[in-house]
Design a protein around this ligand. Structure first.
Ligand SMILES: C[S@@+](CC[C@H](N)C(=O)[O-])C[C@H]1O[C@@H](n2cnc3c(N)ncnc32)[C@H](O)[C@@H]1O
Length: 536
């Protein structure tokens, strides 16, 4: 009888790189994943919508039951189910099934890459079983360059680990990652920087529009996984550098800087874990402040930084926007959109749960106390979350936008970034025009804008008139009679000035005053993407 000298169950591999960057082996893995149709749609089809929904809530039992039922029906799991069980659900799988699911790479190849590890307890066993050391998931998106499917490796999540995350955890693609990648501007540039790259997802997106990308992280492990992901998805032109914040790019400037930085506000006391993936080790929102303050020194003229961040509302400075404005270099255009505000209490709960600590436990209450003490000591009442866009102006900055838009986004098929890019271009176009020049322009209404009128019963005149944007931020605007009429008449054939003149006569008001009002209003609607500039 053969005696297998496998390591004891669940013994971890000796410390070393997170994964091996063995390009031929990675190519074999890619071929196996493609052959197994390892896609999100196929996985959802495998276990059905209920189990898919449960997985999003970190509950894997319905998916495991669906796979067990499949095995009972068909007698064998199939490659897709094996890959799902290993890489998404944290299961142990017999080696023969791994071999069947990864025919080109093989079980030993997957172990050598650092993806799998023997997990058998038995010393006398006909075959060993394997488990995943890393998560490996399909990821799909659509941007202005088309639809793409990738596979992303990261550290095992809470679901597969069955417990809280390690402090050096390398995050996979989460909600914040998707938010940032969707709002990324997509116009072609020479250079991009992804600060705090993690699994490399933003750098990979940036490589679609930037000639070269530098991806940095304070975690060597993250950089290894990011390089592996770029190789797995055949993405070239990304350079990975180790170091904190802008240190690895000292003295360098980029056309586009993207960052989903570790912005989570964390109390600096013993016993509170400091997760590398979300916490930059500074007090309060100082990390967001530091990135915003240093941005101008790392942008080319016209270059844009886009990041996500949290900011504190304090008793001393009740409006967080006052603090944000204080962090900005005068040479910057800025457009900061706050998407939500949480009370300090809710914020603490959210992030304690995110680390895998369940409420109702002693650990949870201890952490909760530490968070509330920190907020109380520093007078923090609320925490805002939002999008920051900073642009180094080549002349005098013309854009200073701080907005609270707490409602759902519109429908942005190619991502919000396309809308942001169009708004910036429209802004630059009108900002370069004097009022006299602008009055000569023939504008059009964006195709996603609809008009909504409300009437009191029996009354012919509307009591309220609203413009609703279908895409972008899904803004609803109450423009007033004259500006609504200007929008209605903006079909590209009449100039702003001509419409203003006709309206002044119709409404019997002072023409100069109305013209000034409408020029200002039309400029604001161009900034919001509701009116469009003349086609070049
Ligand atoms: C929230 S994760 C973002 C990961 C990825 N960019 C994304 O969008 O999903 C933040 C990343 O910043 C890294 N990080 C933490 N402190 C850092 C620092 N001081 N300088 C650079 N990166 C840091 C973490 O290791 C982590 O990978």
């Amino acid at each position: 009888m053969a005696v297998e000298l496998t390591p004891p169950a669940d013994s971890a591999p000796a410390a070393g790189p997170a994964v091996r960057l063995d390009l031929p082996a990675i190519a074999r893995l890619r071929a196996d994943l493609a052959a197994a149709h390892f896609t999100q749609a196929a996985l959802d089809g495998l276990w059905g919508p209920d189990a898919a929904d449960a997985l999003r809530r970190n509950e894997r039992l319905p998916a495991l039951r669906a796979l067990a039922a499949l095995r009972a029906r068909t007698g064998e799991p199939g490659a897709l189910a094996t890959l799902a069980e290993l890489f998404l659900l944290g299961g142990r799988v017999p080696e023969s099934e791994v071999q069947a699911a990864l025919p080109q790479l093989g079980a030993d190849g997957a172990i050598a890459l650092g993806l799998l590890w023997p997990a058998s307890a038995e010393l006398i066993a006909p075959e060993r079983s394997l488990r995943a050391l890393l998560e490996l998931r399909p990821y799909e998106f659509t941007d202005s360059r088309g639809h793409a499917s990738w596979w992303i490796t990261s550290d095992l999540g809470e679901l597969a680990r069955g417990g809280p995350l390690g402090e050096d955890h390398v995050l996979g693609v989460g909600g914040a990652s998707r938010t940032l990648s969707a709002l990324m501007l997509q116009n072609a540039v020479d250079s991009a920087l992804d600060l705090g790259t993690g699994c490399g997802i933003q750098a990979m997106h940036a490589a679609r529009h930037a000639g070269r990308v530098v991806a940095t992280d304070i975690s060597q492990r993250a950089l290894e996984l990011a390089a592996f992901n770029a190789a797995l998805n055949e993405i070239e032109g990304v350079e990975f550098r180790l170091g904190s914040l802008f240190e690895p790019v000292a003295g360098e400037r980029f056309d586009h800087v993207i960052s989903n930085p570790p912005f989570v506000i964390t109390p600096r006391v013993e016993g509170v874990p400091s997760y590398e993936y979300r916490d930059g080790g500074m007090v309060g929102d100082a990390l967001v402040e530091t990135v915003m303050r240093d941005a101008a020194a790392h942008l080319t003229p016209g270059g844009v930084l886009q990041m996500l961040g949290n900011w504190e509302y304090t008793a001393a400075v009740p409006d967080a926007f006052d603090r944000l404005q204080g962090w900005l270099e005068p040479a910057l255009d800025y457009w900061i959109v706050e998407r939500e505000v949480q009370s300090a209490t809710r914020y603490a709960e959210t992030w304690i749960r995110d680390g895998g600590t369940r409420s109702g436990t002693r650990e949870f209450d201890q952490l909760f106390g530490a968070w509330l003490d920190d907020f109380a000591d520093r007078g923090v009442t609320q925490v805002g979350f939002g999008y920051v866009l900073l642009r180094l102006s080549d002349e005098t900055p013309t854009m200073a936008r701080l907005e609270r838009l707490h409602t759902p986004l519109g429908d942005n098929e190619w991502g919000l970034g396309v809308h942001l890019g169009n708004c910036l271009a429209a802004h630059d176009w009108h900002a370069a025009q004097s009022d006299a020049e602008f009055a000569e322009a023939c504008l059009t209404v964006s195709g996603d804008v609809t008009e909504e009128r409300h009437y009191w019963p029996g009354n012919e005149d509307p009591s309220e008139l609203l413009l609703r944007q279908g895409g972008g931020f899904a803004r609803t605007i109450s423009p007033g009679t004259a500006l609504a009429a200007l929008v209605g008449a903006s079909d590209g054939s009449l100039s702003v000035g001509a419409i203003a003149g006709a309206l002044a006569q119709l409404l019997e008001v002072d023409e100069a005053e109305l013209r000034a009002e409408l020029l200002g209003g039309a400029r604001r609607l161009l900034d919001d993407g509701i009116l469009l500039p003349p086609e070049a």
